[in-house]
Design a protein around this ligand. Structure first.
Ligand SMILES: [Fe+2]
Length: 156
């Protein structure tokens, strides 16, 4: 309907903006996972070193998919480390985290990404952008499963 057009346009811009925040977050998380992969220490080194690698490989796939969705929608994915850091809600690794702290931080980061992604899927739905909503919902399952595994790991 013509009367809804300006509102839809506003929603579309909001979708691009929120997708870009996801690009920033997955970029920060990608580097943070490398940090954890390189610096994890202790009795679970071999398990965690490998798990963090598996996770950063998945993070880069998601990052690329989201960034290319931004391009498809006519936006510009945030693509410098400086801009990504300032836009992201995920904080980068500080250094000196214990293995337990790494897992805890990662769980919190993924929960935050899941919440932001869910909200973004709703915005995309409101904008009539089903492909963006579907893409996010498709990724949600992996994020939730990973959170479940990380929580199971932390149980004693
Ligand atoms: Fe490696």
């Amino acid at each position: 309907m013509a009367t809804n057009a300006p509102e839809k346009k506003q929603h579309s811009l909001e979708v691009i903006e929120k997708l870009n925040k996801q690009v920033a977050n997955w970029s920060v998380l990608y580097m943070k996972l490398h940090h954890f992969h390189w610096y994890v220490k202790g009795p679970h080194f071999f398990t965690l070193h490998e798990k963090f690698e598996e996770l950063y490989n998945e993070a880069t796939l998601i990052l690329d998919e989201v960034a290319e969705r931004v391009l498809t929608l006519g936006g510009k994915p945030v693509s410098t480390l400086k801009d990504q850091l300032s836009l992201a809600s995920i904080r980068e690794a500080k250094g000196g985290e214990s293995a337990d702290e790494m897992i805890k931080q990662l769980t919190d980061d993924l929960l935050q990404l899941a919440a932001e992604s869910k909200e973004l899927a709703e915005t995309a739905d409101d904008a009539g952008d089903a492909p963006t909503a579907d893409m996010l919902v498709g990724r949600q399952e992996w994020i939730e499963k990973t959170v479940w595994m990380l929580k199971a790991y932390q149980e004693t």
